[in-house]
Design a binder for this molecule. Structure first.
Ligand SMILES: *[C@@H]1O[C@H](CO)[C@@H](O)[C@H](O)[C@H]1NC(C)=O
Ligand SMILES: *[C@@H]1O[C@H](CO)[C@@H](O)[C@H](O)[C@H]1NC(C)=O
Ligand SMILES: *[C@@H]1O[C@H](CO)[C@@H](O)[C@H](O)[C@H]1NC(C)=O
Ligand SMILES: *[C@@H]1O[C@H](CO)[C@@H](O)[C@H](O)[C@H]1NC(C)=O
Ligand SMILES: *[C@@H]1O[C@H](CO)[C@@H](O)[C@H](O)[C@H]1NC(C)=O
Ligand SMILES: *[C@@H]1O[C@H](CO)[C@@H](O)[C@H](O)[C@H]1NC(C)=O
Ligand SMILES: *[C@@H]1O[C@H](CO)[C@@H](O)[C@H](O)[C@H]1NC(C)=O
Length: 424
């Protein structure tokens, strides 16, 4: 089991290497994309924040954040328990990882954990708050927090509420604020729009024919091969390892790594080829249910997109008219399902081809880089045209559309040139 101890200037660092960790997709550790945080959890890199011009100054910050690391949901835990029972009752073999599961590993996941934030998730949000305060010291400041210039908005889900509380605790602990409490607003219309958008729910989320590529892959030859390999490794009948059980095994490996930072014996059920297949299955799900697969996936986030731009507009007009900006910092906590449609609406990571069940293995795609003028035009259209109520209703009425006042668009899109160069 590859573990390395690295000694740096003043402390020891235990690195657990798990080669398949990069295939865990939305169940991956945040450290996988920001490895420097393993060494220093409060490290920030200011070089990504060079303003596009010297006159450009920060007057408002909106942070849209996913909740921290959490337990599996009840549905996943039930499948994990089924798999565990199969391994305990029916698996045979002499491999050390199998004996480790059977004699040392205990089934410690219980249904009441139901996707709640873990302690590590609490710490992640506290650390994120401190890092943001280092990146934007003029905005994320004690003075502005005490002055009531912060707004916190969260999804009602416990892991998001808890993440919001943790973010606030990060700031109040940083500045040792004990004499004040700060409210947050629960707003599912903004942070769980994917549940509220009737057209999305009916036409995509609950529509088997819209999800045909996902289902074809899940029942296709690549996935069947992964299931058979798991069954062979456990020496159990093939019928025992359904697609859901294979997924539960993959989740067990991922969650043990994310929550406990261990390379768990469950990970031995997958080699790298298997992990790539599992990853592709979840990529298909994200593509067709949250990403570019259907227009309504991203349009369902128009309400959040407008909310953000309305706030930018307000801050800009307040500053222009010589008033103090009333909302200097907005922190909004939601889900992967909140961020993916919004990133899609903004045009990020737009592959040129649709993901399909038959194009496995995927070829590396050229992700095109939109030009600033195209981005500006795209956002202009969204500000004028993309309206949650119109997009999300099942039947269009002749109701007059309500156009967004875009007179300030050039003003706050200046920063987008930089954004599009870096991230798209
Ligand atoms: C900070 O980010 C820049 C640009 O992404 C990169 O070139 C640089 O190496 C980073 N600096 C540190 C200390 O990580
Ligand atoms: C799996 O274990 C259960 C419980 O011991 C037993 O009833 C069942 O027959 C076993 N299945 C196989 C294929 O051995
Ligand atoms: C937040 O999560 C932590 C870690 O699971 C837990 O100890 C704490 O009770 C939770 N707090 C709230 C307010 O739910
Ligand atoms: C408007 O923003 C500029 C740039 O940050 C700042 O210098 C100025 O004081 C702001 N005006 C008001 C009224 O806050
Ligand atoms: C994504 O890319 C496709 C194909 O290149 C293009 O037609 C579409 O307009 C793009 N979508 C966005 C939101 O940029
Ligand atoms: C309703 O109107 C919107 C905006 O014009 C359009 O995108 C959507 O496809 C229409 N919905 C239906 C069900 O026709
Ligand atoms: C749009 O905003 C501008 C500047 O803030 C204002 O002068 C104009 O009256 C607004 N237009 C409408 C239709 O509200």
């Amino acid at each position: 089991l590859p573990q390395y101890t690295i000694t740096t200037h003043c402390f020891h660092l235990l690195l657990i290497i798990l080669s398949i960790a990069k295939y865990f997709n939305t169940k991956g550790r945040y450290e996988e994309v920001k490895p420097y945080l393993i060494e220093d959890v409060l490290a920030v890199n200011r070089s990504i924040l060079q303003p596009p011009s010297a006159q450009c100054q920060e007057i408002h910050l909106t942070a849209i954040i996913r909740h921290g690391t959490r337990y599996p949901t009840t549905k996943n835990i039930k499948e994990m328990q089924k798999l565990y029972t199969i391994v305990m009752q029916n698996a045979s073999g002499e491999e050390s990882w199998l004996r480790e599961i059977q004699t040392q590993w205990t089934m410690w996941y219980t249904e009441d954990m139901d996707g709640r934030l873990v302690q590590k998730g609490v710490n992640e949000l506290k650390h994120l708050a401190v890092r943001l305060s280092k990146l934007f010291p003029s905005l994320i400041s004690e003075e502005k927090l005490r002055g009531g210039l912060f707004k916190f908005i969260t999804s009602s889900k416990h892991r998001c509420v808890n993440s919001t509380l943790s973010f606030k605790a990060g700031l109040t602990e940083l500045w040792a604020i004990k004499d004040m409490k700060f409210d947050h607003e629960v707003n599912d219309a903004l942070m769980r729009f994917f549940d509220k958008c009737a057209r999305f729910v009916q036409e995509v989320d609950n529509n088997p024919s819209a999800l045909v590529e996902i289902n074809n892959f899940k029942t296709g030859p690549e996935m069947r091969r992964v299931q058979k390999k798991i069954a062979d490794r456990l020496r159990v009948p093939y019928s025992y390892i359904t697609e859901d059980i294979a997924e539960a095994a993959f989740y067990l490996c991922a969650y043990e790594f994310a929550i406990k930072a261990v390379n768990s014996p469950w990970c031995q059920l997958f080699d790298e080829d298997d992990a790539k297949v599992m990853e592709y299955a979840s990529d298909l799900r994200e593509f067709w249910k949250r990403g570019y697969g259907y227009d309504i996936n991203s349009k369902s986030s128009c309400i959040l997109f407008h909310d953000v731009f309305r706030r930018l507009d307000k801050a800009a007009s307040e500053n222009k008219s010589g008033q103090q900006v009333t909302e200097a910092v907005t922190v909004q906590v939601g889900h992967a399902d909140t961020l993916l449609p919004l990133l899609t609406l903004l045009g990020f990571f737009n592959d040129s081809q649709a993901l399909t069940s038959t194009h496995y293995p995927p070829t590396d795609q050229q992700v095109s880089m939109p030009l600033y003028d195209d981005v500006k035009e795209h956002y202009r259209e969204l500000l004028q045209g993309c309206d949650f109520e119109n997009e999300c209703q099942l039947f269009n009425s002749t109701k007059e559309r309500f156009p967004f006042n875009i007179s300030n668009i050039g003003y706050y899109l200046k920063g987008t040139r930089q954004l599009s160069n870096r991230s798209m």
